[in-house]
Design a protein around this ligand. Structure first.
Ligand code: GYE
Length: 350
């Protein structure tokens, strides 16, 4: 396990046909194929050493990216975008990509390998907010700027990274609460499926959702809130247990669309109509959520842009050149409900 994880791969060596970035038309099944392709190369390179001694300045922009893993369709969309973008710019960019298989310790090992390799910039989505002080200090001491992607770290590390490129998670939670508030006419019982425990994406969405309901919709009660770890399978499982404990649930808010899609399955298996008997609202804006809205089984989603590659590599180039970048580069996201779904579906790229 350790060996295959530690092997990282230059994306330029992959067959490029399988990747599709956010700039290109959506491609059925592309993400799975891309993941398989990446996995195949990782295994193939497992025996090779990955660390080299201090190197002269890199000619190309060398970026090490320590991805969390493959927990959601959104995450696959982000991975595909980054790999696709790097593949379009092989003359100027080398991407070293690691998949941490959902583990913080693997992300930390990957970052340490990037430091040993002498990459120009390190980028990663911190799986949880805490526990980054030591490795971020090592990046700083090595003079390698760090870009946080799609999730943040706690305030104590504010001086240890160059920029964060992400959506505003609190805002997303607030938007979801407003959709739920409208759907329920300001009154009812809600259950909440939380993302990964300790992840800024879960903490922010919960803060925004719970806070907005409390202040604007005092007659809506959150009767249960539990993690589904951002996966469809756990989203389904937790929703099943909510349905067994409460027979009067009016709506479910899931911190991502994958969990919302899992909840939809659980609601159907319990003999109720998702989108009608129990309203379903998610976050991310993945294609599957739009399909569920068109089918009348989901009521809304708050977009979270995973198409960050252009911004990541632009910021990395500036940081390599010693230029400064904004501390937080915030995405502009949309809010979608059933009435928008059909028109918007063909535009979804992830
Ligand atoms: O919403 C979820 C994912 O960090 C914003 O992580 C990201 C979240 C995204 O796996 O689907």
């Amino acid at each position: 396990m350790r060996k295959s994880f530690l092997a990282m791969t230059m994306v330029a060596t992959l067959s490029l046909g399988l990747f599709t970035g956010c700039g290109s038309a959506p491609q059925e099944g592309a993400s799975t194929e891309a993941q398989e392709q990446t996995a195949a190369v990782v295994v193939e390179k497992a025996e090779e050493p990955v660390a080299t001694a201090a190197k002269p300045a890199n000619e190309k922009l060398v970026v090490g990216f320590a991805q969390i893993g493959q927990e959601s369709g959104w995450r696959d969309g982000e991975t595909n975008d980054i790999q696709w973008y790097a593949a379009q710019h092989t003359d100027t960019i080398d991407l070293v990509f690691a998949d941490a298989q959902q583990k913080q310790e693997n992300q930390i090992k990957a970052i340490r390998n990037f430091i040993d390799m002498g990459v120009d910039v390190i980028a990663f989505p911190p799986v949880v907010e805490t526990g980054w002080e030591a490795v971020l200090t090592e990046c700083k001491e090595a003079g390698i700027p760090v870009i946080l992607v799609d999730r943040g770290v706690d305030q104590s590390c504010a001086d240890l990274y160059a920029t964060q490129i992400s959506s505003d998670m609190v805002w997303e939670g607030q938007q979801a609460a407003d959709i739920v508030g409208d759907l329920l006419g300001g009154k009812g019982k809600v259950v909440e499926l939380e993302g990964t425990v300790g992840a800024s994406a879960a903490n922010g969405r919960k803060e925004g959702f719970d806070g907005e309901l409390k202040s604007k919709y005092p007659d809506i009660e959150i009767v249960a809130s539990q993690t589904g770890d951002f996966t469809r399978a756990l989203g389904k499982e937790v929703m099943e247990s909510f349905l067994k404990s409460y027979d009067d649930i009016d709506a479910v808010f899931a911190h991502n669309d994958d969990m919302a899609l899992g909840a939809i399955e659980a609601i159907k298996e319990a003999g109720k109509k998702p989108g009608v008997d129990i309203k379903v609202v998610g976050c991310d804006g993945v294609k599957g959520a739009f399909e569920a809205m068109v089918a009348g089984e989901m009521n809304g989603t708050v977009e979270c842009n995973p198409c960050l590659a252009g911004q990541i590599f632009d910021a990395a180039a500036k940081l390599k050149a010693g230029e400064s970048v904004d501390k937080w580069i915030v995405s502009n996201d949309g809010v979608f409900t059933q009435k928008d779904a059909e028109a918007e579906l063909p535009n979804r790229t992830y």
